[in-house]
Write a protein that binds this ligand. Structure first.
Ligand code: PEP
Ligand code: MN
Length: 341
């Protein structure tokens, strides 16, 4: 739509789309509102729309992912999680334990990461574990503890939903629902996330291509939820010096193809505590909108992912250094046009 197009013009375009039997997806941007069309079995004639008042142009999206693509919406999407904008200027730090283990553990971590400057709290209540005998999470009790931590610290909560059955419960307590790497292509779960009233953090599958990653996000948007944050968390390669290989090149690649914000998880991305800080620095330098980092008050006693969890004081250092790097980039982009898009 043209920048000056208002509600009535947008409504008129949507009406026309629906009259043709298709679905309209209204996605407001900083400059202009984009309206995506899905449900059309074949090409739609752009001329059908170009003459409507307020329409700037009607384009055919060449990519297999439609609503996710920058062709549909050139402006960056900013996703609000509990009031925190993700994908805007400020670097967003999401930190917390891999799993919620106890009241003391989650509250101590929440206080520590908040003091270090994190804006959002992470922690799993439902854990997708490789072994059925490993700690599976505290389930609803874990969600309650996260809500208590939010109450005390004001930090918004990001937590994972591992199946459709427990999705409603997660939605009741969380500020953002995480879909994990193992579920990136769980299409019924993606559709459920697409009907959620909360933003979704979608992690890249451990062996998925960029196109598969964007197609997974498309499932969520296609159901009408446009609040999706993408997260690179490492992919599986022959390398065995780290748990996964953190594919930082996917950040500028996503930014070129999609309007959705992308963040990086250097914890699962490396699996080793001593690699988290250097890779976090690199992730910010490459342009990630935020970081998701595992922090535990006593990593050696963690019930999951202790090896990659930072001590709280290490997170203080990470937050300072990453904010400094983000500051340099912001100063630079104030003087130059963004590169690489
Ligand atoms: C997690 O964030 O704790 C997690 C299980 O991540 P991933 O799905 O990336 O393995
Ligand atoms: Mn973990």
């Amino acid at each position: 739509m043209q920048a000056q197009a208002g509600e009535p013009e947008i409504a008129r375009v949507c009406e026309k789309i629906e009259k043709l039997g298709f679905r309209a997806h209204v996605m407001p941007g900083a400059q202009r509102t984009a309206i995506g069309i899905t449900g059309n079995p074949g090409p739609v004639d752009p001329a059908e729309f170009e003459d409507l008042p307020g329409v700037a142009e009607a384009i055919r999206v060449s990519k297999p992912y439609k609503l996710v693509s920058r062709e549909v919406k050139p402006d960056d999407t900013v996703v609000r999680v509990g009031g925190v904008p993700v994908g805007a200027r400020e670097l967003v730090l999401i930190a917390g334990p891999c799993s919620v283990e106890s009241r003391e553990q989650i509250l101590a971590t929440a206080r520590a990461v908040k003091a270090a400057g994190a804006q959002l709290l992470r922690g799993g209540a439902y854990k997708p574990r490789t072994s059925p005998y490993a700690f599976q999470g505290l389930a609803e009790e874990g969600l309650r503890l996260l809500a208590d931590a939010r109450e005390e610290t004001g930090l918004g909560v990001v937590t994972e939903a591992i199946d459709v059955e427990t999705f409603d419960l997660v939605e009741q307590y969380a500020d953002c629902v995480q879909i994990g790497a193992r579920n990136m292509q769980n299409f019924s779960l993606l559709r459920r996330a697409g009907r959620a009233r909360l933003p979704v953090l979608l992690k890249r599958g451990m062996s998925s291509t960029l196109e598969e990653f964007l197609m997974a996000a498309e499932y969520i948007l296609s159901e009408g939820n446009y609040q999706v944050i993408l997260c690179e968390r490492g992919v599986r390669t022959f390398a065995d010096h780290t748990r996964n290989t953190l594919d930082l090149s996917v950040v500028p690649a996503v930014q070129r193809l999609s309007h959705l914000p992308i963040i990086v998880d250097p914890s699962h991305g490396t699996g080793k505590r001593d690699k988290v800080l250097p890779m976090a620095r690199a992730a910010v330098a490459v342009g990630a909108a935020g970081l998701m980092v595992e922090v535990h008050p006593s990593p050696d006693h963690a019930l999951s992912d202790g090896f990659q969890s930072l001590y709280p004081e290490q997170f203080v250092e990470l937050a300072q250094e990453c904010r400094a790097i983000a500051g340099l980039l912001a100063a630079r982009s104030a003087h130059h046009a963004p590169v690489g898009r």
